[in-house]
Design a protein around this ligand. Structure first.
Ligand SMILES: [Zn+2]
Length: 266
C-alpha cells in the first residue's frame, strides 16, 4: 500500500467534498467548493493553528458551482488559482449565461435533495486564473501532482494524479452515491467522456478522491476499478432521472457545444 508524503484532509462542503492536501505545513486545495464553502476551509485551517496564508494554491477542475463557486473569496485573500484556459471561459456568451443559471439551480436542487439547509451558491461565471494548466503539467508549488485532462462532463475537466502516493483526484469524472458508482450530470461530450474514462485505466492508484463520494483507499484499487469503468461507460447517454431528462436539452446551449456542432468536431 502506498504511503503518502502528505496528509489528505477531507472537508465536507455544501454539496461536494473538498480535499486539502498538506505537504510540509503548506496546503493545496483541490477545488474551491461552493461560495458558502470558503468559510469552512478558513475555519478548518484556523482550528489547526494555520491560516489562509498557509494555503498556497487552489485548483479549479471545472467551472461548476461546487468547484469554482468560492474562487472570488480565495482571490480576495491573494491565494493563487490554477485552472485550464478553457475552463474559466466555459460560461461565455448567451449559451453560457443560460448554462450558468441551470448549473446554479441544479446545485441548489441537489442540496435540497440531500436535505441540506439552503445556503447561497451564487458566483460569477468567469474569472482569470493566476496559473493556466495544460495536460501533463505539474502543479505550481506542488510538483508531485500532475494534470490529466478528463473532459466529457464539460469540455475542460481535469483530474490530478500523484504518482508517488498513487492518489488520483477525479473531481466529477466519477461519483459515488451510497454503494453505487455513477457518472456526473450532465455529460455534454459523450465521446470525450468515454475516452477520459479509458484514460483513467492507464494509471496505477491505490487511493481515489471523488468530489462526490469522498476518499476510497484499497491496495490495487486501479485493477479492480477497470470493471467499474467499463460498466460506467455503458451508461453514457442513458438518463434515468426525470429532472435530468428535462434539463438535458438546455445543457446543450453552452458555447463550446455549439462551436463543436458547427465544426462537427465531436
Ligand atoms: Zn460538475
Amino acid at each position: 500500500m502506498s504511503e503518502y508524503s502528505f496528509i489528505i484532509h477531507e472537508i465536507k462542503g455544501y454539496i461536494s467534498s473538498l480535499f486539502l492536501i498538506e505537504t510540509n505545513g503548506k496546503f493545496l486545495l483541490l477545488d474551491a467548493g461552493c461560495s458558502c464553502d470558503f468559510k469552512k476551509v478558513k475555519s478548518f485551517l484556523e482550528e489547526r493553528g494555520k491560516s489562509l496564508n498557509d494555503l498556497k494554491l487552489v485548483v479549479v477542475t471545472h467551472m461548476h458551482p461546487d468547484h469554482a463557486g468560492a474562487v472570488k473569496y480565495f482571490k480576495k485573500n491573494n491565494i493563487p488559482i490554477a485552472s485550464t484556459e478553457g475552463a474559466y471561459r466555459w460560461y461565455r456568451g448567451l449559451g453560457g449565461f443560460i448554462q450558468h443559471k441551470i448549473d446554479t439551480f441544479l446545485a441548489q436542487f441537489s442540496a435540497r435533495r440531500k436535505k441540506n439547509i439552503l445556503e447561497p451558491v451564487n458566483y460569477k461565471r468567469k474569472f482569470i486564473p493566476d496559473y493556466l494548466l495544460k495536460d501533463g503539467d505539474t502543479l505550481p508549488f506542488f510538483p508531485d501532482w500532475k494534470v490529466v485532462f478528463t473532459p466529457g462532463h464539460t469540455l475542460y475537466d481535469i483530474s490530478l494524479f500523484n504518482e508517488k502516493g498513487k492518489v488520483f483526484y477525479l473531481a466529477d469524472l466519477i461519483l459515488k452515491m451510497g454503494d453505487k458508482y455513477v457518472l456526473p450530470f450532465p455529460i455534454i461530450f459523450p465521446d470525450l467522456m468515454k475516452k477520459s474514462l479509458d484514460r483513467i485505466k492507464e494509471y496505477n492508484f491505490d487511493t481515489l478522491l471523488l468530489a462526490h463520494g469522498g476518499l476510497l483507499k484499497e491496495r490495487g484499487l486501479s485493477q479492480n476499478f477497470s470493471k467499474v469503468i467499463d460498466s460506467l461507460k455503458e451508461t453514457i447517454g442513458k438518463i434515468d432521472k426525470i429532472e435530468f431528462k428535462i434539463f438535458y436539452p438546455f445543457c446543450l446551449f453552452v458555447h463550446d457545444k455549439w462551436v463543436c456542432k458547427i465544426k462537427q468536431c465531436r
